[in-house]
Structure formats: structure tokens, C-alpha cells
Ligand binder design. Sequence first.
Ligand SMILES: Cc1cc2nc3c(=O)[nH]c(=O)nc-3n(C[C@H](O)[C@H](O)[C@H](O)COP(=O)(O)OP(=O)(O)OC[C@H]3O[C@@H](n4cnc5c(N)ncnc54)[C@H](O)[C@@H]3O)c2cc1C
Length: 393
Amino acid sequence: MKITYNLSNCSADIVSKNNMTRKEFLKICGLLGIIVPFNASCIARSLLNNISNKFEGKVTIIGAGAGGLSAGYLLDQLGIDFEILEASSNFGGRMKINTNFAEFPIPLGAEWIETKCEIFSEILNDESVHLDVKTIKDTPDYKFINSSWYNFYEIYIVPRILEKIVFNSVVKKIDYSEEKISILTSQGLKVADKVIVSVPLKILQVGDIEFIPDLSKKKQSVIKNAQIWDGFKAFFEFSNKFYDSGFEKIIENSNAGQKIFYDASFGQNSDNNIIGLFAVGSAVGKYNSLSKSQLKDVVLKELDMLFSNQATINYKKHLCHNWNKEPFIKGGYLSDYADWKDVRRLGESVENKVYFAGGEYTDGENWVSVHTAALSAKRAVDEIFNNTEYNKT
Ligand SMILES: Cc1cc2nc3c(=O)[nH]c(=O)nc-3n(C[C@H](O)[C@H](O)[C@H](O)COP(=O)(O)OP(=O)(O)OC[C@H]3O[C@@H](n4cnc5c(N)ncnc54)[C@H](O)[C@@H]3O)c2cc1C
């Protein structure tokens, strides 16, 4: 029997008291049969039911990652005028993939589905869409089979909104002091009634976007003091499979960071033997400054130690991706150990004009991932459409 507890007020306290990540806490809830209230479905219903409050202005979304794309898609469903300003020349942000390295897409950022697979229809918010997403259980999460989060957005979300994305448009300033909001970009000035900020938190932390007037002192302080982990991934291909299928070896897991070696080809229809290296936070440290060939030597040495000297002799090729060096990302993501009250404040809207959506702007109960970015977009669009307020602390 499943028991429903109302955990929305107490869960974060339990998490911090036990030095447990929000992710671990939610997984334990799943094991115990405790259902954490899932606000997003209520939001989805209210989004489409309350047509009478329909907002009729223009929304500008900044950033075409999971948060920004989801927000655009939902605004499109509601018939609201919008555009997405994206600094780089592609959509997807931290869902980026490499398609040349292996027979399946290599996820340079988001890889696992860190929730139930019903999330796909929840993100699409449209029961008529025929979904064909193949996944495999990769305990405790799921993985895409020969696909990725990027491909999910590419197939189901982007075609509907592609013409609304303005690429190579770097936002530098958001002036919300007047009734209309002015947005200064590398391509000139834009005007909107509402703005959804969906850039990585690090972009705000380093001050790449100026707000006029300044954001509140409290919000500025949370942004400034947020611990944003570095982010790094590498993939090594080998001629022989000298490791167990689906292995995962946790090398480091602390409140300063995480490092894992794992079977990156697990569940894929492929003969490629690929080991992945996932590192965030302090675990990225030594990899940050290495050249590609230095990285090869360092990682092969580590793998030789784990696998009785089998790595170096079976090595074929490798690739790496350092998220700290991406000019419009500048890091990995907000620490899993961030205080829930701070996370909630990051997601709070400002003066019914500036809204936040993305992995780092959740309701406080969630950690940074693709699905939480999508759900935060639902919340932001609902706030705009229904003039509701979430996350007020
Ligand atoms: C190494 C790593 C591994 C991860 N693994 C997983 C995983 O397994 N599963 C999972 O669910 N999640 C994972 N995540 C987290 C997930 O990738 C993110 O939570 C999610 O993709 C964030 O989406 P977003 O829209 O908030 O931000 P982003 O995807 O970062 O998108 C923000 C966009 O804003 C643009 N931008 C930045 N500055 C400007 C500007 N000034 N003007 C205009 N545009 C701008 C950027 O170019 C970018 O496209 C991982 C992340 C990393 C780094």
C-alpha cells in the first residue's frame, strides 16, 4: 500500500539534518512507498483550464536549454507570443551530445533520466502526442537507448518552436524599470512584457547579465553565495570489454563533489566498449588543467588500477568535455547540497515581470536535472498565464 504524506514543508529539513542530498531523500521516499507531492501535474491542469485569465503580452525567454525550450513549448501551446534568445549557435545547453564518437549519441552533460519515465508525457503536456522513447533501467535511474535528453527535445519540443529561437543572441542587460521590459543583446535591443531567465546560475553569479533595477539584496546574496560545482565528463573506448556490463564505480561522493566511472555503453545497441567518467565539484579539480593527451595518461592510469592493467593495453580513443570552459555555461551545476530555502529563492519571480526557469530555479525540493528544469518552466509559465505566485519565501 502506498501512503501519501504531505512532505512539502518538512522534507528539506529532513534532508539537511541528515546530510542527505535531495536526490537521495526522494529516492528513499520511493523505496519506502512515500509519495512526495508532485506539483507539476496540478500546474499542467491549471495551465490549460483557466483560459479566462489568458495573458496577451509578449514573453522573451533567455536561454534555449531544457528550461527555456520547455517554457517556449508551453507558451506556444497556450498561444502566447514569445521568442527565445540563445547566446550560442545551438539549442540544448547542458543536454549537448557528441554524435561522432560512438554508434550511439554520447551525452556530454545530462545522461540519466532521474525520475519516472512518465515524465516525458508530463513535459509534453499533450496526451495526443505519440511517444516513442526507449529506455532501460540503470539503477537507480533510467537511461535512453541509442538516444538522449537532447534527442527527446530535438524530436518532440524543438520542431514546434524552432522559428522562435534567435541564435547567437547574447543577452547582456535586462531593464525592467518601466512597464515594458528592455533586453539588450549582442544583436540589439528587444522589448517584452515578461522575461523568463533560463541561463545557468553561474552566468548570473559572474554578472554576465545586468539587471536594472538590481535584483533584491536577498536574491543577489543567494546568487553570489551559491556553491556551483564544476562539471566534467570523459569517455574512453576500448577494444575489449574487460569490465562487468553496467558497472558503476563510485570513486568520490561527498558534499564537495562526486566522481564515478561507469559502463557508458550499457543498454545501447552497440559493440562499442566505452567507459564514462562523470566528475562534478571538487572531483573535477585535477582534470581542469590537463591537455587531452595528459588526460588520457591520467585516466588510463586510474582505470589500470581498477581493472588489473587492462585499460592502457585496450585503449582505442577518448573524448572529454569541460563544462567550466563553455562560455555560456561556465560550470557544472548547483551543488546537490544547496539549502532548499536558497534554491526556492533562486526560482522566485520578480515584480511579476522577471521569471526564472531551469535546473537551478526549482521549487526547492528538487535537485538540478533536465526534468526539474522542465517542471520549473511549467511553474514559470503558469505564473505568467494565471498570474499566480509560487516560491514566495
Ligand atoms: C556534467 C553534467 C552531467 C549531468 N547529468 C545529468 C543527468 O544525468 N540527468 C539529468 O537530468 N541532468 C543532468 N545534468 C543537469 C542538466 O544537464 C541540467 O539541469 C539541465 O540541462 C539544465 O537546463 P537549463 O535550461 O536550466 O540550463 P542550460 O541547459 O545550461 O541552458 C541554458 C542556456 O542559456 C544560454 N545562455 C547562457 N547565457 C546566455 C546569455 N547571456 N544570453 C542568452 N543565452 C544564454 C546557454 O547557451 C544555454 O543554452 C547534468 C549536468 C552536467 C553539467
